[in-house]
Design a protein around this ligand. Sequence first.
Ligand code: 13P
Length: 283
Amino acid sequence: MLVTGREILEAADRGGYGVGAFNIHTLEMLGPVLEVAEELKSPILLQFTYGSIQFIGAEAIGVLGGHLARRSPVPVAIHLDHGAGFEQSVTAIRSGFTSVMIDASRLPLEENIAATRRVVELAHTAGVSVEAEIGRVGGTEDHVTVNEWEASLTLPEEAERFAAETGVDYLAVAFGTAHGFYKGEPRLDLDRLAEVDRRVSVPLVMHGGSGVPHTLVRQAIERGVRKVNVATELKDAWARAVREILAVQPEEIDPRKLLAPAREAVKHVVRQKIQVVGSAGRG
Ligand code: 13P
């Protein structure tokens, strides 16, 4: 079934488990990710950055993704990841997405609240749910330095105000995770996450799910995280499989044969993540 992100994450909140939100970079990744969700009877969020929407085509995602989701036995939401402004949300909603993120977290609090409210008003009118971010999740895109680590984390009192004033459906919290792979073990502020969870009633979102040890992912879920974003591990598995087959079969030209191992590699990552977040059997 095609459902909103809110339906999936509220059920996860009631059940105390997490749900994987997997970044789809090419249409070829869509089938394998969904197949694993169905195999494990798990709800799932298929998420696309605006870059992926431009690469694949908004209409292609809406038509194909929407069709596959509707005929799927498990709950599926189609989500815009890190929407950069109002227009990107409009494009996604028009194309049939059931969940959008507005990421105005780089702006001062008041402006983040205003930008988020605007998207919430539009999305809720269309029956679409909204994720926003408060604090800044670091990572390779942001070039956050060690000194900035603490300054960029979510302040629980700001999160409380932000959730109340925006009417957002789920909230991304900066508590030490980062996009991309980590150098060593990530340093997570789980007490801060727990404090945000005490003050905010909506489900919480963890960005930067790749490379976070399983025990830490589970500890974050115990502290209110319901949506766990994974992108880098999927790209990495995909690229390794493609490199490997090109190395051992340099003469192969059939795209199906070249991409079959990549599809399996992606499935392996998704299977593992679904087991870690605890959503298997919840669909
Ligand atoms: P990773 O690339 O670290 O898995 O992060 C994904 C993410 O948070 C997408 O918004």
